[in-house]
Ligand binder design. Structure first.
Ligand SMILES: NC(=O)c1ccc[n+]([C@@H]2O[C@H](COP(=O)([O-])OP(=O)(O)OC[C@H]3O[C@@H](n4cnc5c(N)ncnc54)[C@H](O)[C@@H]3O)[C@@H](O)[C@H]2O)c1
Length: 265
């Protein structure tokens, strides 16, 4: 499939993990891809491995940095069709110990950062022939209580923002029904546990991963590629009549309590 031939995609947090898999998937399907990340060496290495890509230093907590990344995208590729807003910051700090600084450390990049990137990208996305598409990486934490109040509340905020933006920038509100562009679709994915460095960088995290596999009815944790496949679908014309939704990509984690015994009937 080459669903993004001739199109440009900007992916934030693209140097590692889920963002990296999204960038690789979109590139494989023909997109020119902007790898926007604070880890500039990893971003450059990834960009060099893709057919048409640009690495951009980008910190989503800094409006100016985000604006520069979007401007560089337009400079280099002349258009922006797809935005994957993927940065999120979690921590194991308990709620009682979450002071204002810790709250901001998680919520600012996760929620406000996502809004900064969307706001800066909107004028270009509205120019995209056929309509622009935004896909945000939310989390199952934004849907149900899996722990981590600040992170979860921020992800729930992202999910709600996608709904409101879907209406505000849909063809009906924009007065562009039937036109080839002038509107943007907004969707999110809500990953379950995905094997990235967030988990694999220490022994405790790796042990957690083994435990988490038993909570997902599919019997394994996710791979970054599982999430990238869903992101590419929602960003593509295959999802032309889908906007404002959050698609759980979670191996069944959120379908309900896991009451069945493994191997039982
Ligand atoms: N891994 C999981 O189990 C899981 C589950 C649900 C949701 N998510 C979400 O998926 C997204 C990606 O997570 P991941 O597991 O791939 O993490 P990761 O650490 O592998 O990758 C995150 C990337 O974001 C970049 N980044 C961090 N802060 C940034 C900032 N301020 N500006 C720009 N880039 C920044 C990092 O440099 C890194 O390249 C996050 O939003 C996370 O909340 C992850």
């Amino acid at each position: 499939m080459r669903r993004f031939e001739g199109r440009t995609a900007l992916v934030t947090g693209a140097a590692n993990g889920i963002g990296r898999a999204c960038a690789e998937r979109l590139a494989r399907e023909g997109a020119s891809v902007v790898i926007a990340d604070v880890e500039t060496d990893a971003a450059s290495a990834l960009a060099a491995s893709l057919p048409t890509a640009l690495a951009m230093p980008c910190d989503v907590t800094d409006s100016r940095s985000v604006e520069v990344a979007v401007a560089a995208t337009l400079d280099r590729f002349g258009r922006l069709d797809v935005l994957v807003s993927n940065v999120g910051v979690a921590s194991g700090v308990r709620f009682a110990d979450t002071d204002d600084a810790e709250w901001d450390r998680q919520v600012d990049p996760t929620l406000a950062g996502s809004m900064r990137v969307i706001r800066a990208s909107l004028p270009a996305l509205l120019e995209s022939p056929g309509g622009g598409a935004v896909v945000a990486t939310a989390s199952v934490n934004g849907l149900q209580a899996f722990g981590g109040v600040a992170y979860s509340a921020a992800k729930a905020g992202v999910i709600n923002a996608m709904k409101n933006l879907a209406v505000e920038y849909g063809p009906l509100t924009r007065g562009t029904v039937g036109q080839d562009g002038g509107w943007v679709r907004f969707n999110a994915v809500a990953p379950g546990t995905v094997e990235t460095r967030v988990w694999t960088s220490d022994a405790a995290g790796r042990a957690d991963l083994e435990h988490m596999a038993q909570l997902h009815p599919m019997g394994r944790v996710g791979r970054p590629e599982d999430i990238a496949a869903a992101v590419a679908f929602l960003a593509s014309d295959d999802a032309a009549w889908i906007t404002g939704v959050t698609l759980p990509v979670d191996g069944g984690l959120t379908v309900g309590p896991l009451l069945h015994m493994p191997g039982g009937s």
